[in-house]
Every structure is written in structure tokens, then in C-alpha cells.
Design a protein around this ligand. Sequence first.
Ligand SMILES: Cc1ncc(COP(=O)(O)O)c(C=O)c1O
Length: 502
Amino acid sequence: MTTPDGSGAGTATAQPPWGSPQSGTLPMPQTLPVPQAPPLPAALAHLAGGSRYWLPEQPDRETATPPSAAAPSGGTPPTAPTPPAAPPAAPPGGFDVEAVRRDFPQLHREVNGRPLVWLDNGATTLKPRQVVEAVGEHYAMGTSNVHRGAHTLAKQATQVYEEGRQAAADLLGTPDQGEIVFVRGTTEAVNLVAQSWGRANLGVGDEILVSAAEHHSNLVPWQLIAAERRARIRPIPLLPDGQLDQDAYRDLLGSRTRMVALTHASNVLGTVPPVAEMTALAHRYGAKVLVDGAQAVSHFPVDVTALDADFYAFSGHKIFAPTGIGVLFGKRELLEAMPPWQGGGNMIDSVGFEETTYAPVPHRLEAGTGHIAGVAGLRAALQYLAALDREAATAYEEQLTAYAMAVLATVPGLRLIGNAPGKIGVLTFLLAGADPMALAGALDQQGIAVRAGHHCAQPALAAFGLQAAVRASLALYNTVEDVNSLVAALQDVQARSAAAAG
Ligand SMILES: Cc1ncc(COP(=O)(O)O)c(C=O)c1O
């Protein structure tokens, strides 16, 4: 396999990277080699010799907290883990994780004196150098505004911009570029629909069904418009394993249902709801469905046509692209019927004091200068992804997720939240006796980046009686060694905690 620019020289190995299944022991975490810093992209060569912040750095010894600080005394004493009952199969040959890893410079830096283990992909993904180059080249050589210019650079920038739109349409499986609206991210996409579609379509007593697994950004915008229109939010409850309760959903649907707001993959439970089936049900009642794809798009192929989603939102930065750029897909007839959300340049046809008319979609919903460099980066990221064998990458992630769940289950005192079948690699957990924030800090001292807190999904955590938890989230460039490092670090925290307790 080669990586999208043909540089990935790695070949798939028949040997499972997690070691021999006959060994009977959990493979020891390996210290990842720290390769030479990759060469700078040509457009950024002027930075050579200057500040290159991904180079290995020294740990800040003064502020470093000893791992034992994470767990108060009385934590669960460590015991040797047993290996998962069924070792995962070898990764499919169509996906070469090592070749992909070579494209992500940040995977090769150190943090606190240790090789970085990036398990915070739910918050944001790392960027391949192709994306870094595309953004750098736009600013270094291609800076121009888009659409209105008659000069060469305006035409070139416009071409890149519209190719970015085409790449997003291809990613989501729509043949119509006009259904792709550029926004800042998922949050802005949901706010756009809530404020524009919602204001035009919601009335007193109308109902918006919102799953209890939603990120706040697919709940709070609905609360805001519901308060304004005197509509009502009704939660779709969760089952104990993190699935959405489909019986309750069927009972909630009714003649007052106008909108169903649904995650395509939960950022805290990993649950992947049956969106196509739920959408079909909603449509029987004439309701529209907005799908939050923020956590889905980087993990598995998405087809909005097959889902029959009315709206679909994602953020570029969670799919290897820059921050500040995202996409709202909307069915053309819905977008065309929606009143402009924001007014300004780019979104008009003609302006006069007596009358102003608006540009066709999607431009009518894109007031002002867009994030042109962000689209250049998004285009590069989506091209990068399109050149991979996505089915094989998804299969690899599924196997890694199954492995991670199995080995985490061997850590004494660890409670995993959410084990719905088919979940993505979002591993949210608690460790007995350990405060989640302190535990994340202790893992950071070992170079392992995870997130702790409420994950902007307080209702989902509340359904499990929790206010905070630790989350390790996987991406296609993570490895069994990453997972083993996490497990070993958790055991280390437990050992120190037990030692401190005497
Ligand atoms: C499921 C989900 N939806 C929405 C968002 C919000 O994304 P953004 O902050 O990029 O708008 C996130 C971010 O973590 C998320 O995980």
C-alpha cells in the first residue's frame, strides 16, 4: 500500500502487531523510536533552523506531578493483567498503519520526555503533512480571496475552494455540490439549522427529539430556538450499554415531532445509532433529521443519500483537517427554502435599499469571506483519506477498539462506560479511587494524551450517574503499542497509589 502521495513505503505485515497469540502474556508496551524530525514541506522551508515545536522537548521537571498524585490512597492494588480471551485477528492487508503514521509529524515528537501517545482524537485529530503543506502553501504562495476576483490568483484560490466543496460532497456521498455549506464546524452547522430552519418551521408545542447521547452542540442550539419558538425538547433515553432506546424513540415520535437531532457516533459512549432506520421512522411523521457526524466521518465511510439524512454536520479538525472549517450538508430543497442566516458579502444576488435578493445555495448561507486556507487544508485531508482503503482502515480501527476494550477490562478497578455493539474507538472510563482529572494529568506525565471531564456531553454522563470520566479515543493511526502504553501507565498509577497507601 502507498499513502496518498505515494510516499508510504511500508508494507502490510502478516504478523499481528500485538504479538504472538500463543505467548499468553500481554505484550509489553514498547518504547516507540523517536525518528528524525521529518523534512519541512517546501513551502515552509524558510522555517528551517527556526522554531519547530514538534521537535522532542525536555519535560518540565519543575511542574511535573508524580503519577502517584493521581490516585488517592486506598486505590485498587494492581494485579497482573490477564490477556484478552480472544486475541484480535491480524489487521487487513489493505491498510498499513506504519505508512500512515509516517505522514503525521506530531506522532514523532516527545511530550514530557516520552514519545507522544495521542489518544485524544475525539477532541481533535492530528494533521498529516499533506494538510500542513496545503495550508502553508496557500498562505505562502496562493493567498487571494475567492469568487469575485478577475485575476489569476483569485481564480486559483476559487478552484481550490470549490474542489474542497467537491471533496466534501464526495466524502458524504451527495452528487450535488450545492448541498455543501462551509461553516466553522459542527457547532456552527447545528446553530445555522436551528436558527434558520428552526425559526421558519417550529411553532408553539412542536417537538424536537434529541438523543441523550448528544454533544452539547447538538442540544443547546435546539434549546435556544425551542425557547424562542415555544417548542419542546424531548430526550431519547439511553439503555445501560449506551444504545439509544428504540422503543422509547418510537413512543416519542408523533404528529408534533418536527426535528430529530441524532449523533452518528457518540463522543463519550462511542455508540453508533441505527441512523438510517431512525431517519426512516422520523420521516413517517414528516419530521426532519439532523445527524451530527463530528465523531463519525473519520472512523467509517458515510453516505447521506443512503441514510436519507436531511442535514449532516461535521468539523474539519476531527477528520485530519484544520480547525475553523466544517461542513453542513442539507438536502437542496430544504436549504433553498431556508431564510438566510447571516447577511453580508458573498451571499447576495443584488442589493438595494428597496430590495435585496440572495445568491443561490450554498452561497446564500455563507455570508462573508470563508476560511479559504481551512478549505485548502480540508481538501488535502479529504484527498488523503480518499486515497486510503477506507474499508480496510475501518476494519483496522474496529479490531484495535475490540483489543483496547479487552485489555482495559483486565485493569483492576477500571469501569468502561458504554459498550454498545459496533461502537467506535471511544473508550471512556473511571479507575477506582482515581480522580479523572488527576489521572489524565498522571498519564500526561508519561506522554499519553487523553481527555478528562464531562466531554461536553453532561446528559450522557448523567445517564450513568457520572459528572466526569477519562476518555481515550482512537484514530486510524493508533496502534496496539499505544493501547499497551495506556494500560501499562494505568497499572503504574495503581502501583504507585498502592505503595503510597502503604
Ligand atoms: C459528537 C460531537 N458533536 C459536535 C462537536 C462539536 O464540534 P466543534 O467544536 O468542532 O464544533 C463535537 C466536539 O467534540 C463532538 O464530539
